[in-house]
Every structure is written in structure tokens, then in C-alpha cells.
Design a protein around this ligand. Structure first.
Ligand SMILES: Cc1cc2nc3c(=O)[nH]c(=O)nc-3n(C[C@H](O)[C@H](O)[C@H](O)COP(=O)(O)OP(=O)(O)OC[C@H]3O[C@@H](n4cnc5c(N)ncnc54)[C@H](O)[C@@H]3O)c2cc1C
Length: 372
């Protein structure tokens, strides 16, 4: 049973945030920066954040050319541009908040690998540049075919490379550690190993395993940032899980590629991390199976990722897979971020649809305004 002291000092807050991924923590920081007097608790089910934010590939990106073209087809020009702008602003807010040198920031740029299937993208590039100029002030995409050889890609499989100078890479682990430290510096209390099972009217229940009893925290406002796991505690917004699998190689002495790389409308992604290569994606090979909450592997996808390394990305290069992991993303039907006011005490928010590193700091601002 809780002591008088615990009940008196640990159970009541102005705001409780569920989930300590990048969205939950950015929201906590945003509110604290605006309203330092607010007492904020973040409840995280894992010993570490256990969703997508510590599992991703560390791309600071807003959409490759083929991805933007696919989005325009799905959502139309206006919504696609709005989303790109939010991602771009979010990237800049993240850098402003944490500073480049504390997130392992490297502005090496980004590339889209174009195969024959996507070759029409090349002639649509100028049109997309015209659309994006309003946001970036200059051309975002340029053909960079000379780099195909320089990076060592198989020229039979990669017909063109599209370069964007605005994209960058970060060290995901450093970024999240810095964000946690910054939230704590602002006075946000983070409790790990606290899985929220139920919530209503600003009250949030968590199982206290050491005591063997349920304890209830109370607040004026609960903000749910549980991403893929949202629908376990809130019916809205409707979110489907999508697993992402990632491989990292050993150090490769003469590694030629540098930057972040997208392929096949963003379904595949790879980058250098120093002299290593990180590659992930391939969800589109088995959408049904990858709609999963499990941090396990799909052998077919793992072997496809290795095949992409062998044949397309590192042909003729000797390397080994040093490690692998999985993370779980959350997807809404229309692939747009969503902030849902559930009732006068509860907001549920989702920033990601696979690009939450970019979007979260932007969405956090919108949530902070609503939460007051
Ligand atoms: C493999 C992979 C690669 C990716 N690569 C990139 C990339 O390069 N660039 C990019 O922009 N995005 C990338 N993403 C997407 C990005 O990581 C996510 O969009 C972003 O991390 C989402 O942040 P979040 O805070 O909304 O969710 P999450 O990080 O998933 O955080 C949700 C948190 O809520 C916690 N939680 C859930 N339920 C409860 C509960 N009931 N009680 C308490 N806590 C709970 C979870 O444990 C988790 O820590 C990638 C994702 C994956 C999986």
C-alpha cells in the first residue's frame, strides 16, 4: 500500500502524458517551456521507451521524391504540401530545442534511388520542385547520377539518384537521451515500467508490481502519446501497428556511401553510421504479417534486406550483419497526424505514420496550445 507521503507528493499532477517516445517527451517539454508552473508526469510502460522512437533509423527527412509523388496521388497536392511543411518545421524545432551537436546531426543530405519501375519520377521532379519552393525557398531535388558509381551501387539496379541537400542523419540514441535529460531538466517527472491500463476523467491506473496493487494518478488533463499501442487504451484515433525491421553491418573499411537513402517510395531506407550501414524497411512485402505489435522478425523481410545489401547497395563488398532489431510504428488510415480531443480531460495524439522524428516537435506545439 502507498504511504501517506507517496499519496501526498506523487499522485497528483496538472498533466499526465502516456508514453515517453519522442512525441510524449516533446509535448512535455513544449508545455513546460510555455507554462513552467505546470506539474507534469510522463508514464512509460517500458524500462526504456518501447515503441518506435529508440528503434528508428535516424533520418531527418520530409519525404523523398517518389514518396511525395505517391502521397500526392493518395492525398492530393494541398495535403501533401501541408504535411511536408509540418515535417520541415518539426525538424527545425527539434534542432532548436536540443541543438545539432547533442543529437549526432550530420547534414550529409538525402538520396532517392530510382529503379526502372519509378523512372517517370525523373520527369515529374521539376514540377515537385516548383511546388516545394514555397516551403524551402529553392529547389529541393536534383539528379545526381554520377554518385551511383561513387557510392558503389549496382548501376543495373539503380537507374538514377535524386539528391536533396535538406535531409540529414542523426544518432537516434543520443537524440532520445538528450530529450529525456532536457525534459527532466525542465522538471518533468518520468516514471518507467508504468503501463497505463485504464484511464478516465483525468485519472490513470497503473499496476504497481512491487506492491501487487493498482495505483491511480490524477490530473486535470491526460495526453495519450502511445502511438501504435493507442487503441489498447483509447478507441480514438484508430491506429494500426506497422513493424519495421532494421539491420546494421560491421564497420566497412572503404565504405563509399554517405548520407540517408530512400528506395521504393520510402518503403526501404538505408544510411551510413560512420563506417557501418543501417538498412530497414520492406514492410510492403508482407503488409498483413507486419501489422504486428510483436518485436519479432519476419525471415522473408530480413533476407530481402540482406539481398538488397548484397546486390544493390554493397555489391562485391565483404561485410557482416552485426546486429538487428525491430520497432513498431503507428499508422492512421489517411497517413496524416492526428490530435483528437476525446473529452474535457483527455487528448490522444499521433504524429508519426513513419516520420515522427520530423513531425513530433511540430505536433507537440499544437498539443501544447490545446492542453491549456
Ligand atoms: C524501424 C523504424 C525506422 C524508422 N525510421 C524513421 C526515421 O528514420 N525517421 C523518422 O522520422 N521516423 C522514423 N520512424 C518512425 C518514428 O520512429 C516514429 O514516427 C516516432 O518515433 C513516433 O514517436 P511516438 O512518440 O509517437 O511513438 P513511440 O516512440 O512508439 O512512443 C510511444 C510510447 O508509448 C509507450 N506506451 C504505449 N502504451 C503505453 C501504455 N499503455 N502505458 C504507458 N506507456 C505506453 C510505448 O512504450 C512507447 O515508448 C521509424 C520507425 C521504425 C519502427
Amino acid at each position: 500500500m502507498l504511504s501517506f507521503w507517496e499519496k501526498n507528493s506523487f499522485l497528483n499532477y496538472d498533466i499526465i502524458i502516456v508514453g515517453s517516445g519522442i512525441l510524449g517527451l516533446s509535448t512535455a517539454c513544449e508545455i513546460k517551456e510555455r507554462f513552467p508552473e505546470k506539474n507534469i508526469l510522463v508514464l512509460e510502460r517500458g524500462i526504456l521507451p518501447t515503441g518506435a522512437s529508440t528503434k528508428n533509423a535516424g533520418f531527418l527527412c520530409f519525404g523523398s521524391l517518389t514518396e511525395i509523388l505517391a502521397d500526392i496521388e493518395l492525398k492530393g497536392e494541398a495535403q501533401t504540401l501541408e504535411l511536408v511543411e509540418k515535417r520541415w518545421k518539426g525538424i527545425n524545432y527539434l534542432k532548436e530545442r536540443l541543438s545539432e551537436n547533442k543529437i549526432g546531426y550530420h547534414p550529409y543530405g538525402g538520396y532517392d534511388l530510382i529503379d526502372t519501375k519509378h523512372s517517370t519520377a525523373i520527369r515529374k521532379m521539376d514540377g515537385v520542385n516548383d511546388l516545394l519552393r514555397r516551403i524551402f525557398g529553392k529547389d529541393v531535388f536534383a539528379v545526381a547520377d554520377s554518385k551511383i558509381k561513387e557510392f558503389g551501387f549496382d548501376a543495373g539496379l539503380v537507374s538514377h539518384l535524386i539528391y536533396s541537400p535538406f535531409e540529414a542523419q542523426i544518432d537516434t540514441g543520443e537524440m532520445m537521451k538528450t530529450l529525456i535529460k532536457y525534459a527532466q531538466f525542465l522538471g518533468v517527472q518520468i516514471v518507467n515500467g508504468a503501463e497505463v491500463k485504464e484511464l478516465s476523467g483525468g485519472r490513470v491506473s497503473v499496476w504497481h508490481s512491487a506492491l501487487g496493487e493498482q495505483i491511480t494518478f490524477a490530473s486535470d488533463m491526460v495526453i495519450i502519446c502511445a502511438n501504435a499501442f493507442m487503441n489498447r487504451i483509447s478507441q480514438e484515433p484508430v491506429v494500426k501497428p506497422g513493424r519495421g525491421q532494421v539491420l546494421i553491418t560491421n564497420e566497412i573499411e572503404d565504405l563509399k556511401l554517405k548520407g540517408i537513402f530512400h528506395y521504393d517510395e520510402g518503403y526501404y531506407y538505408f544510411r551510413n553510421y560512420g563506417k557501418r550501414v543501417i538498412i530497414g524497411g520492406g514492410r510492403n512485402l508482407d503488409f498483413k504479417k507486419e501489422e504486428s505489435y510483436e518485436f519479432t522478425y519476419n525471415d522473408m523481410i530480413i533476407s530481402d534486406l540482406k539481398n538488397k545489401l548484397d546486390k544493390m547497395i554493397l555489391p562485391g563488398v565483404k561485410y557482416e550483419i552485426a546486429d538487428k532489431w525491430t520497432g513498431i510504428m503507428g499508422f492512421t488510415e489517411n497517413k496524416l497526424p492526428e490530435i483528437k480531443v476525446i473529452d474535457s480531460n483527455t487528448i490522444a495524439a499521433l504524429s508519426c505514420n513513419g516520420m515522427g522524428i520530423a513531425l513530433s516537435s511540430y505536433i507537440a506545439r499544437e498539443i501544447a496550445v490545446l492542453s491549456n
